[in-house]
Design a protein around this ligand. Sequence first.
Ligand code: C2E
Ligand code: MG
Ligand code: MG
Length: 734
Amino acid sequence: MGIKLTVKSGRSETVPMQNVGYSPSELGPEILSQVEASGVGSFWATDEHGNLVYLSPGALASLGGSAGKLLGAPIATIFVDAEDDEEQTNIRPLSFSVVSKSKIENQIVQVQAPSEVDSGRQNPRWWRISGTPFFDQDGIFRGYRGNCVDITLEYRHQQDVNRQSQFDELTGLANRRRLNGRLKTILSAYQAAGRSCALMMLDLDRFKQVNDTMGHPAGDELLKQVGDRLKSLVKDRGEVGRLGGDEFQIILPDFDDRGELGNLASRIIQLLSQPYSINGRRAMIGTSIGIAIAPYDGLETTDLNRAVDLALYAAKESGRGTYRFYTAQLREEAARGADVQDQLRDALEKGEFKLNYQPLVNPHDGNVKCFEALMRWDRPGADNISPAVFIPIAEQSDLIVKLGDWALHQACMDATKWPDRIRLAVNVSAKQFMTADFCKAVDSALRKSGLNPSRLELEITESVFVGEVDSVDTTFAKLKKMGVRLALDDFGTGYSSLGYLKRAPFDKIKIDQSFVRGCTESGDTNPAIISAIVAIAGALGMETVAEGVEAMDELELVSERGADLVQGFIYSKPIPQEDLIERFDKGLHSFTPDGPPRYRSDRYTSYRKVGLIHEDHYYDIMLRNISKSGARIEGLADVPVGTKVVLDLGGGQLAVAKVAHSTPTSQGVEFEVPLVNDGTNGLVTSRRVSPYALAEAGMPLAALGPGSYPMSQVEDGEKLPPKFVQLELGSRAA
Ligand code: C2E
Ligand code: MG
Ligand code: MG
């Protein structure tokens, strides 16, 4: 028995149907036609070349106008594998089955006529097809015999469901599932191609406050606007997604320059910190950002996600409204943070905190107008930790309130021993400021010490304005009524908005160090910003302070631009109360500027051991200070000026440098490519040696840990004798 197949050419042939699983051979052609007509199933067949020679009339008809062109065409071009079908990812492509003459089982395909691809696109049909290869008695392949079912509706529905499961309903951004999937795909493809991919993780600061005080619908609206702002900034450079809550993530393929990433992160922080209008009300939030880059910080999604989490955590800890790159040290620091929290509690009871005072000086006559109280933690037998580190840790619990209370009381007591005309400034953490009892604490400190309220100035940062803010206004009003003065600290960082200035009754604005530091470098916009802040403050009747002035040229610039007061190492570092009293006893009420004539771009002192590569040799050296443009190193004897070296700063950070000055035991080197800011007062190289490059040189492929550049381990071949004498390191570090 056989059935008649109509071939496009009109030629007819009879094909025996035995050996075909579905064969209705015994039932006869009539039944076959009945099955076809009922729509339960349709049949197809190919010739030995894989060209379609038969398709049930119903199936042909369902394809409309393009149907006639199908017959005679290769099935691999007619039945196209459905894209992006998660269920099908394990199934081999149809073309593969056809070439290998293997069985086709329940494969979902899009049906298209070769010459009418476009019309096929407009109204695509999806079929589920099965087919069995048919061999004749001599074992010669004669073609496929198969069946097919139209599943277009079902398929479309499934695709909609898939899409919904990939995107966040609220913001329309990619959701966690999609982000993870994308990252996984990118990382595995990029590993093969040796490419890099950056991951940014954002957590909104004070979002919870907006949600709690303005209601969840307002919170939702805010999240939508955040998503829009992020998309407008990132554009097609990467994919923005929301992980849930107030956490967002951005995947940035082919980004590995930390200078560029830092700029993008700053712009995101700026943009998200601008006020939002929600149903006619205003809300403010900020954001912290962690950044990790594959392959340097992690090769797989889990590693990279862990790295970016740690970086975000560090960014939040370092004061919010900042970004931070992942470094291997962060892992250690995270562990230390938990320790510090415990130690802080003890320290307060043991009386390990003290206050030092830094003068705010009138630059025109050197007279001191005010001293700012700055907390110091004298840890017996341990390194000192900066308040910039321990204050944010204290802020994670109610410890900050106790610590802040103590500082307020102690400082007020100390100030009563100073001349009456000199004011006292005390830093107040936003968390402390927002407690219900804050005004009472201020009142108590004033009454216990007997300090005149007009001599007390409270320094608060812009972060108190973030979130919903009625209670903040009330606190301001109460403090003003008490006669206390208010200063806005660190103005220009993080959340900067001129709106704050108009709203709150500040007496003083402190221009943040970041605008002052390096303000004399040519082409810098900072002088203009300083002028603008001074002008606005003047118009609003506020005093201005330039913070962090270190060099003579900076002093000259800020006083010329109209800053009323100057605070910085140029006049004095923070000094203990005893020394202050001694000064006053001697009748010393003024300070003389003393500092380098010119600003040296962000020079940080350091006692870090790093590596230096010269020719075939790897030397251990001590980094004594480092700036964007260069470093001072110790540990090698008599290195001539002009020598080219490579500094190994750890974690794949190699900086090519040239010796610019030299003494018998130390050298000043200049970097070929300037270092960039790591987001929190540290410096890093823009780029790192890729683990791929190291893998090519025979190292196992792994994310870069500290000091992982293995120059010292590359010990093959003939080496030139070392040019320089390595000096003993330990002795000089003290
Ligand atoms: P801040 O209130 O902006 O204080 C100014 C910081 O800049 C101080 O750092 C000061 O030592 C430093 N500084 C002043 N002049 C210069 C200079 O010319 N160059 C450089 N490089 N730095 C200069 P410090 O003492 O480490 O304090 C850091 C931050 O910790 C303070 O920033 C403040 O936000 C916080 N803090 C300090 N004491 C307290 C406190 O008692 N309570 C609270 N809530 N925060 C405090
Ligand atoms: Mg301050
Ligand atoms: Mg400040």
